[in-house]
Ligand binder design. Sequence first.
Ligand code: SF4
Length: 167
Amino acid sequence: MTSSYHETLENLRGVMRAIRSDTVAVAFPRDRAASSDIRIGYLDGRPVKRLVITLRGPGCGWVLRGGGCTMCGHYAGTTHGQPASVADTIMQFTDELNRYRVDDIEVLSIYNSGSMFNPDEIPFEALMGICRHIRHIPAIRKIVFETRAEYINPDTMNVLADELGPG
Ligand code: SF4
């Protein structure tokens, strides 16, 4: 890479950090999810009910490292680096889920305004607890976790699959 590439990257990161530091910090409760809503999902080519739950996390690891992606505004809805405990994260999920009838929800999407599989954003134990909870909801047939790909590894996926159980 040329030095102008690195200079440009550093300049861009400086601009992004300045933009992020101007974002107003709101004292969100750590045990409350950011939002949820029902949308349409697709399963085997069929439209089905999809519940989307967005957990409140400390923010995308890429924002903390270098300001994050220029087009992304998710940081405004995070705790700006303040992590939620395992118990609070599970509480966010279960409380939000309890607002819905789950007997006809076939797809469940879980987001966190960042990467669900980055342990610095969502504790892995909390992910396990969430999957253990989902195991007891037979209507759910597909789960979507939003994450950057570099946080995925087969060992942790196998642990979560075990928590979800057969089927
Ligand atoms: S949440 Fe996604 S889009 Fe936003 S800064 Fe992080 S990696 Fe980029």
